[in-house]
Design a protein around this ligand. Sequence first.
Ligand SMILES: *Cc1c(COP(=O)(O)O)cnc(C)c1O
Length: 224
Amino acid sequence: MSIAEDISQNRTAILNRIDEAAQAAGRSDDRPTLVAVSKRQDATRIDAALAAGQRVFGENRVQEAQQHWQGRREDVPDLVLRLIGPLQTNKAADAVALFDVIETVDREKLARKLADEMARQQRSPRLYIQINTGEETQKSGVLPADLPAFLNLCRGELDLQIEGLMCIPPVEEPAGLHFALLAKLARENGLNRLSMGMSSDYEIAVQLGASSVRVGTALFGARD
Ligand SMILES: *Cc1c(COP(=O)(O)O)cnc(C)c1O
């Protein structure tokens, strides 16, 4: 089978599994968004996903995202690009220029820089706060206990609209615990969009309320 056929079939299977998980959770009316994680995938695979009808893509590095998408953007007017990796403040301008959604707002300095850039460029990417649900020292994200204060800063002083929360659970723990925590934090703080779930656990994430799932290898195959 060709790469294009593979990716098209994978995509159909994933969409079906998302639908089934959503139905099982009694949420047939709000179909979660499949975010195709195209980091470290080659042009053939990216073009195959586009040909299969995929329009929402996730990237974890600004520079690689520019290489993947600057040339393709014009031909795909309904493309939606989501940044799902850590953002350095010196890349904030490029990120605001390229992405439709930035999922990894995680500290005051970055929030301030994004607010400045959004005003300067007159662009308003939708914003998510990344939560470090496992409180892992090496992982970025706002600690659960710090979320209310960080939201106050974003919504109040910086006038940033925050759309939802995102998390990457610790690899060695059951993901469902972290998805449930993210959903609880969102409820408590008046947010209703949740970015959670990857290739190995997106159905659990959908059952626990994910509004978008970020799937790479299950769609494209192994990365380089
Ligand atoms: C790479 C990545 C994914 C996709 O992971 P897969 O296991 O390949 O589906 C999802 N989310 C983030 C933040 C990533 O960096």
